[in-house]
Structures are given as C-alpha cells and as structure tokens.
Design a protein around this ligand. Structure first.
Ligand code: FES
Length: 207
C-alpha cells in the first residue's frame, strides 16, 4: 500500500456522514461490516471533493474499521482486492482502459497509445506530470458489445478508437468537461452501427 501522500487523519464530512449513516442502516444489527464497500466508496468520493484525487488513504480505512467494528486488516483486504478503490492518489481523470480480448480485438492498443501520447505518460499506473491523468489497465468492464471501452472516472466511453481518444483527452487538457458517456460512434445503445435490423416499426395495420 502506497503511503506517500498519506494524510495524518481522516473524518467523514457532513455530506459523507449522511451517506454513511444511510449505508449502515441497510444492514441488520451485528452485520454492519457489510457496509464496508459503500463506506470505502463514500470515503473515496470525499477525497475527490476535497483534494481532486479519488483515493482511499489508510487512515480512512482505519476510520471505517472502527466505525464498523472490524479489524483494520479486513478493510485493507477489501480495498486492495477491488480495482474500483484507489489506494494511492490518482489524477483528476482516471483513465481505465479495458484490454481484455474483445476490447483488444477491437483496437484497445490504439486507445492505450492515444492515452499515453496525450497524457504524456509511458506506462500503466503512471500519473501525468500535471496531475490531470492516471492511466490504469483494467479487465473486462462488462460492456464488450460496445468495445473498446475507456472508463474515465465513473463514465464509460464506448466504441473508442485512437483518434477519438486523442480528441477527448485533448479537450480535457484544454479545460473542457467530460462529454456525455456512451457510444462515441453515434450508436444508439448497443444497436448495430448501421441502425436497427430487428424490431423495426411496422406499417401494417393492426388486426
Ligand atoms: S472486454 Fe472490454 S468491456 Fe468486456
């Protein structure tokens, strides 16, 4: 676990505290440990609000362990097992490139190359010098039908290619906001790129 930027202390702020209370209330008495995943997520989002970097420092895990009556090691185990928790600081835009077979067959190498060139980073796990981008390699994001997928923070950008990745990251570097998530090739959901081939509107009068 990287402790480089580890803050000295952590406490949930008012906004997070309301979410923590609601998350714990979902579980019966004695089973509060089940709230460990939502509490890690709430802590990570609070860090993003306060510092611009969405990650969970160890002191936050310790606060969660105490709150849920768990041994700290059990919280560390969860936080380090799931990729959605960052245990070290990440850039403002966390570029999570899926390189599993369907995305790879559809050109994820081009997406990776475009991320590297636009962000100015050379390998997965690196953060750009300006703190704007971190690039991570991830396994199947469950959206293979619109491969290749580039997840940025919470959003999926689908049907990516090298050029569209360069344009998207170029806009972010210029201070633009994230565009709407979804297909970047103009597809409607997961419909064929050439338009619907089934469930077409019928012109026949109803009997
Ligand atoms: S392989 Fe990339 S989303 Fe499934």
């Amino acid at each position: 676990m990287n402790t480089q930027a580890e803050p000295k202390s952590f406490e949930f702020d008012t906004e997070a505290e309301a979410l923590v209370t609601a998350a714990i209330a979902h579980y019966p008495m004695g089973k509060q440990a089940s709230a460990v995943m939502p509490l890690l997520d709430i802590a990570q989002r609070q860090m993003a609000r306060h510092t611009g970097s969405a990650w969970v420092p160890r002191v936050a895990m310790d606060v969660i362990a105490k709150r849920l009556g768990m041994a700290p090691i059990r919280v560390y185990e969860v936080a380090t097992f799931y990729l959605m928790y960052n245990t070290k600081p990440v850039g403002k835009y966390h570029l999570q490139v899926c390189t599993t077979t369907p995305c790879w067959l559809r050109g994820s190498d081009d997406v990776v190359a475009a991320c590297k060139s636009q962000a100015g980073i050379s390998e997965f796990g690196e953060t750009s010098a300006n703190g704007l981008f971190t690039m991570s390699e991830v396994e199947c994001l469950g959206a293979c039908v619109n491969a290749p997928i580039l997840q940025i923070n919470d959003d999926y950008f689908e049907d990516m290619d090298g050029v569209r990745t360069e344009v998207l990251l170029g806009d972010l570097k210029a201070g633009g906001a994230l565009p709407p998530a979804g297909s970047t090739a103009g597809r409607s959901g997961s419909a064929p790129a050439t338009g619907l081939t089934a469930l077409l509107p019928t012109t026949e009068p109803a009997e």
